[in-house]
Write a protein of this length. Structure first.
Length: 244
């Protein structure tokens, strides 16, 4: 793949959502943009659907098949690493479930071209919002999680736990994907924390964070526990290190 921007979409049992999210991205007609689907051996046939999409859009869509479902963080590490190795200048993290609006891609890419190393599709910056279908307890938990992480790690962003992010290849090099230890959703926090420690410029673009279109959430109890203790582990590991 020789495109400058690659959207990495990790999938596990997203057979209904994947063709729709891919089509919405393609409909934007963004120049030099490709899609890399990273499927973790979905038993519902998502991987086969991804292969068909790649056949229909050669040079635009590619697929990475992983045989082990071992966490969102590792799926992203594999996909983002491949995207950069294949020549991407910008790499986007996007879920397949429509919680991340493809329409924000243009603004995120523009922010990167204006000098941002990390661009966050943010729920909590000015203009951002959550879908009205979100229950009150989920809203409270999400906001508390961001407050908790920001207090411990001092990352300069309103939405530190966001999963919709764009990275320049230089920012990814500064972070070092091989250094990332988190395996679940705390991967998002660890990446931003190390970027901030490296002095990478972080910019937020407001989004409306949607409700999952179909299928089931991948958030397990183990993932939640990992997310709770990871900030303390990161702060202890990197205590005393300086930017740059």
């Amino acid at each position: 793949m020789t495109t400058n921007t690659v959207v990495v979409i990790p999938t596990y049992n997203e057979v209904e959502n994947l063709p729709r999210i891919v089509q919405e991205i393609l409909n934007l007609e963004i120049e030099d943009l490709g899609i890399l689907v990273v499927d973790d051996g979905s038993p519902d046939g998502t991987g086969e659907v991804a292969d068909k999409l790649a056949e229909e859009h050669p040079g635009v869509i590619s697929v990475m098949h992983r045989t082990t479902k071992d966490g969102l963080g590792r799926a992203y590490r594999a996909g983002m690493g491949k995207a950069v190795a294949d020549g991407a200048d910008l790499v986007v993290q996007m879920d397949a479930d429509f919680s991340h609006p493809p329409t924000a891609l243009r603004d995120m890419i523009e922010a990167a071209r204006n000098g941002a190393g990390v661009v966050i599709g943010s729920r909590y910056t000015s203009g951002g919002s959550l879908d009205e279908a979100w229950a009150a307890h989920r809203r409270l938990l999400s906001k508390w999680a961001n407050f908790y992480v920001k207090t411990i790690l001092s990352v300069p962003a309103a939405d530190v736990t966001a999963g919709y992010n764009l990275w320049s290849k230089e920012a990814l090099a500064a972070v070092g994907l091989e250094r990332i230890e988190s395996n679940g959703y705390s991967f998002q926090v660890e990446m931003k924390y190390l970027a901030a420690k490296a002095g990478v410029r972080i910019v937020e673009v407001p989004i409306r964070f949607g409700q999952r279109a179909s299928g089931e959430s991948k958030m397990s109890i183990n993932t939640q526990l990992e997310s709770a203790w990871m900030p303390w582990r990161l702060r202890a590991k990197h205590r005393g290190s300086e930017k740059g």
